[in-house]
Design a protein around this ligand. Structure first.
Ligand SMILES: Cc1ncc(COP(=O)(O)O)c(C=O)c1O
Length: 378
């Protein structure tokens, strides 16, 4: 039996989203930039999707730039700010997704006159607003803070940091990829300059996302070309992808996962008392559980669970194939050994209590087997 418990990596595309893609491809064969009927039909699909997303997220339609996903949205915002600012300080956190950390680190190492500050979280996996306030100074040119962490689910103090940045007129980029659909997100209310979103985390297609840009903020293109998206992101729009993103909006209700997630953690605590739940004291996205199982290797566990039909993640979230220990756990002060013993379970509303209990059962069996292989009896 196959059980999918890796919804933070991607949420299986919804049927309504797939159907919307097929319909868009059939009904609107033209290029949205073409003036004829076929182009106008495609343009209408993109415009309607933009209006719907704007209403959904509390943004202005004119501030939505469709992209190939969260990674590109982050890169566009980062490039735009850093390529047009005088050298100064960039403030971010050590627990951001590589789609933030990599572009910032690459930029900072090529431009040593810039200072990159990566703040560490507290033991609950939260970077406090106080530590952000202490790091932001007059030289700060950009602040990047994720809304919710992809590995632990810990929600970060975005509202408080946004208020700080607004007061100091510092551009702020919020990576909201893991927050969308899980808790309320209102772009305009935050008063920030940029927010990144991705369709495939909410049941939309992979390879589509959006960058939200505050009114009045000028965007410098990352890949210049035909000037689509009001000259902010060139390239013919992914019309079926945008339609599929739009159709998925609001369709997956992650709030219902909380009871199943809590059951999993409670049962695991009973059956394997040495298991530790990461960020338990923090406000978390309702579907996410990051657990440390001391003495077990996360990768080995992942393979054993895979054989038993469970799709879960170990350590680093979006690229579950790699062997480095989770940078999020290391930043939280967890030892490398323990960080290698982590497992991320991310539920979706289709998961039942049965899935949660079956996973605990599988973990208990794996624990027995792996201990047996290591010759441990107690
Ligand atoms: C927090 C976060 N940001 C960015 C991304 C990248 O988004 P995409 O896969 O759409 O490029 C992901 C996951 O993939 C993520 O979890």
């Amino acid at each position: 039996m196959h059980r999918y418990l890796d919804c933070n990596a991607t949420y299986p595309q919804l049927k309504v989203s797939l159907e919307a893609m097929v319909e868009a491809a059939n009904a609107a064969p033209g290029n949205p930039s073409s003036l004829h009927w076929a182009g106008r039909a495609a343009r209408r699909i993109v415009d309607d999707a933009r209006d719907k997303l704007a209403a959904f997220i509390g943004a202005e339609a004119g501030g939505i730039v469709y992209t190939s996903g969260g990674t590109e949205a982050n890169n566009i915002a980062i490039h735009s700010v850093l390529s047009t600012s005088k050298p100064g300080r960039i403030v971010t956190t050590a627990i951001e997704h590589p789609a933030i950390l990599k572009p910032l680190e690459t930029f900072a190492s090529a431009n040593p006159e810039w200072e990159l500050i990566k703040l560490r979280p507290n033991g609950d996996g939260v970077v406090t607003a106080e530590s952000m306030a202490a790091a932001i100074n007059e030289e700060t040119r950009l602040v990047c803070l994720m809304y919710a962490n992809n590995e632990s689910g810990a929600v970060q103090p975005v509202e408080a940091v946004a208020a700080l940045c607004r007061k100091a007129s510092i551009p702020m980029l919020v990576d909201a990829v893991q927050m969308l659909g899980k808790k309320a997100v209102r772009f305009n209310d935050l008063g920030i300059d940029f927010m990144s979103l991705s369709a495939h985390k909410i049941g939309g297609p992979k390879g589509v996302g959006a960058l939200l840009v505050r009114r009045g903020v000028k965007l410098t293109e990352l890949a210049p070309g035909g000037g689509q998206e009001r000259g902010r992101r060139s390239g013919t729009e992914n019309v079926p992808g945008i339609a599929g993103f739009s159709a998925a909006l609001g369709k997956v209700d992650f709030s219902t996962c909380e009871a199943v997630r809590n059951l999993f953690e409670a049962e695991l605590g009973k059956r394997l008392p040495r298991a530790e739940v990461v960020s338990l004291q923090a406000s978390r996205t309702p579907n996410t559980s990051l657990v440390i199982l001391p003495g077990l290797d996360g990768e080995t566990l992942l393979m054993q669970l895979d054989l038993a039909g469970f799709a879960v993640a170990s350590g680093s979230a979006c690229s579950s194939g790699k062997r480095e220990p989770s940078h999020v756990l290391l930043a939280m002060g967890v030892s490398e050994l323990k960080a290698r013993s982590s497992l991320r379970v991310s539920f979706g509303p289709d998961n039942s209590s049965d899935d949660a209990l079956a996973l605990v059962e599988a973990l208990v069996s794996a624990d027995k087997r792996l201990k047996g292989m290591a010759g441990i009896t107690a």
